[in-house]
Design a protein around this ligand. Structure first.
Ligand code: AR6
Length: 174
C-alpha cells in the first residue's frame, strides 16, 4: 500500500478531515446510501449549497465523473466534494474512465481547496452496482497515480462501511 493511502472501516460522516467525498447522483439533491447519510449528518446547508451549484453551474445536473465542493455543514470535516459515479450496467466501455475521473477530479478539487487530508467512500459500489474488486483496483490506481504526479502534500483515506469491503480492497490492491 502507498504510504499516503490508508484503508479503514467506519462511517465517513464522522471523518475529521479537510474534505469527505460524496457518492452523489447528478441531481445533487441527496439520495440513499452514503449520499443520504452525508445529507442527514451535515444538515440543510449542504442541500442549499447544492441547489446553488445546480442553478449557477449545472442546470442539467452534475455529469458523471465530475466533482464539485460544498460546505460539510454540521459534520466535523470542512468540505464535501460531491462526485457522480457511473451506473455499472449503463456505462459500457466508459466505466473505467468514468470511475477513475471521479477520483481524479475529486483529488484536484481537494488540492484546489488546500486540503491535506481527505476521505473517499467506495464510489459506485452500492446502489450503482460496480463490482467491488474492479472498483477497488481503479480507485487505488487513480489515487496512486495522482499522488505520484503532484507535489502537493495529501493523505488519502478509503473509508469502508464494513471490514469485508476493506479486506476485499486490500486484497485487490496488494
Ligand atoms: N460511510 C462509508 N461508506 C458508506 C456509508 C457511510 N456512512 N454508507 C454507505 N457506504 P452508495 P453508489 C458505502 O450506494 O453506489 C445514492 O442514492 C456502501 O457500503 O452510497 O455510488 C446516490 O444518491 C458502498 O460500498 O453509492 C446515488 O443515487 C459505498 O458506500 C446512488 O446512491 C457506495 O454506495 C449512488 O450509488
Amino acid at each position: 500500500m502507498h504510504p499516503k493511502i490508508i484503508a479503514k472501516v467506519g462511517d465517513i460522516t464522522k471523518e475529521n478531515v479537510c474534505a469527505i467525498i460524496n457518492a452523489a447522483n447528478r441531481s445533487l439533491m441527496g439520495g440513499g446510501g452514503v449520499d443520504g447519510a452525508i445529507h442527514q449528518a451535515g444538515g440543510s446547508a449542504i442541500r442549499e449549497a447544492c441547489q446553488k451549484i445546480r442553478q449557477m453551474q449545472y442546470p442539467e445536473g452534475l455529469p458523471t465523473g465530475k466533482a464539485v465542493a460544498t460546505t460539510a455543514g454540521e459534520m466535523p470535516s470542512k468540505y464535501v466534494i460531491h462526485t457522480v459515479g457511473p451506473i455499472y450496467h449503463q456505462c459500457g466501455q466508459e466505466c473505467t474512465v468514468l470511475l477513475a475521473s471521479c477520483y481524479t477530479n475529486s483529488l484536484q478539487t481537494a488540492v484546489a481547496l488546500g486540503c491535506k487530508e481527505i476521505s473517499f467512500p467506495a464510489i459506485s459500489t452500492g446502489i450503482y452496482g460496480y463490482p467491488k474488486e474492479k472498483a477497488a483496483f481503479i480507485a487505488y490506481h487513480a489515487v496512486k497515480d495522482f499522488l505520484a504526479a503532484t507535489n502537493q502534500e495529501l493523505k488519502v483515506n478509503f473509508v469502508f462501511h464494513n471490514s469485508h469491503d476493506k479486506e476485499l480492497f486490500e486484497k485487490t490492491v496488494f
